[in-house]
Write a protein that binds this ligand. Structure first.
Ligand SMILES: NC(=O)c1ccc[n+]([C@@H]2O[C@H](COP(=O)([O-])OP(=O)(O)OC[C@H]3O[C@@H](n4cnc5c(N)ncnc54)[C@H](OP(=O)(O)O)[C@@H]3O)[C@@H](O)[C@H]2O)c1
Length: 289
């Protein structure tokens, strides 16, 4: 049995459906079972639980030979954060997998490091350390930014005003990867024992800026208008003041400032050569979907 925490999410739901399509038994963990109705219709087992609640994880992991973590706490209500979900929640899940004698596949981020300017990346690194320090088989998959997520974010703001909203200057090169490609590599990690004890990093075929992504979205939708920008000064104010009242907004503003400046480019040739069966989806195909 393969338990997928985060199985209702963008990545996890693609992975769950694909593994089920191969005839493998899959269970997804969710806080809200109704979110898994479409997966239950495919014959996927649904376990109710929360990665902050260790007892619920013991029940969900019972009988599992593989546990996949595709969770994150970057967004969500108060109490949901990179510290509580990406670090502490993953520690709880890793411990539950060890108690069930199951191998573990951890979804992390390219750039995970103890000194990253992004809290999320520091917490992913801390979870990686907990996984690597203990007993049991493991694989870590690190990905760059999900293309489908950012197409959705920009397309939603464009649908409201005709112009996508870009945070900051928007000209920093960033690597974006399709969730379909990442799910393919996680599937490889789940099913291929040769990936045990390895960190696999995946990115998309190209690096491009938010301005270029926004322009491609506008062109695909037949809209001529250029994006609107939230100036860095406004993001800095949001990071400070809004962060007190709504930690999630402050976190998003801080992350936007980092994404506007730091190096988020990635060279994906190596992983693509190592795993040629994993799809390599270009931006044009994601936009067409
Ligand atoms: N998005 C990106 O650009 C990106 C880039 C690199 C790596 N990643 C990583 O890829 C993975 C999947 O990301 P995604 O964008 O597909 O996620 P997503 O669509 O936002 O879904 C998040 C998932 O986390 C689960 N979750 C959150 N809090 C939970 C809790 N307290 N207990 C149990 N489950 C909880 C949610 O389950 P329920 O709501 O059903 O409970 C949901 O299935 C994450 O590990 C993420 O860090 C993402």
């Amino acid at each position: 049995m393969i338990l997928i925490a985060g199985g209702t999410g963008r990545l996890g739901s693609v992975l769950a459906a694909s593994l089920t399509g191969r005839g493998l038994p899959v269970r997804v963990l969710t806080r809200v079972p109704a979110r898994a109705d479409n997966l239950a219709a495919l014959g996927i087992d649904v376990a109710t639980g929360d990665v902050r609640d260790r007892a619920s994880l013991a029940a969900a992991a019972s009988g599992a030979d593989t546990v996949v973590s595709a969770i994150h706490g970057f967004t969500g209500p108060r109490g949901t954060s990179p510290v509580t979900i990406d670090y502490q929640g993953n520690v709880n899940l890793i411990d539950a997998a060890r108690a069930a004698d199951a191998q573990f596949v951890l979804m992390s981020v390219v750039g995970a490091a103890a000194d990253s300017p992004m809290e999320l990346f520091r917490m992913k690194h801390a979870a990686e350390q907990h996984l690597r320090a203990g007993d049991g088989d493991w694989t870590i998959v690190r990905a760059t930014a999900f293309l489908e997520l950012w197409i959705d974010v920009l397309a939603k703001t464009a649908a409201r005003s005709g112009r996508p909203v870009v945070c900051g200057r928007g000209d920093n090169p960033i690597n974006f990867v399709s969730v379909i490609d990442v799910a393919g590599l996680v599937e490889q990690a789940v099913t291929d024992p040769a990936t045990r004890g390895r960190i696999l990093e995946i990115g998309g075929p190209d690096n491009f800026s938010f301005n270029q992504l926004a322009a491609a979205i506008q062109q695909a939708a037949g809209r001529p208008a250029a994006p609107r920008h939230v100036p860095p000064m406004v993001l800095r104010l949001m990071a400070r003041s809004a962060g007190y009242l709504r930690p999630e907004l402050g976190r998003q503003a801080r992350a936007a400032l980092v994404m506007d400046r730091a190096d988020f480019s990635f060279e994906a040739t190596g992983i693509r050569q190592a795993y040629p069966s994993v799809s390599c989806t270009p931006l044009s195909m994601c936009l067409a979907r």
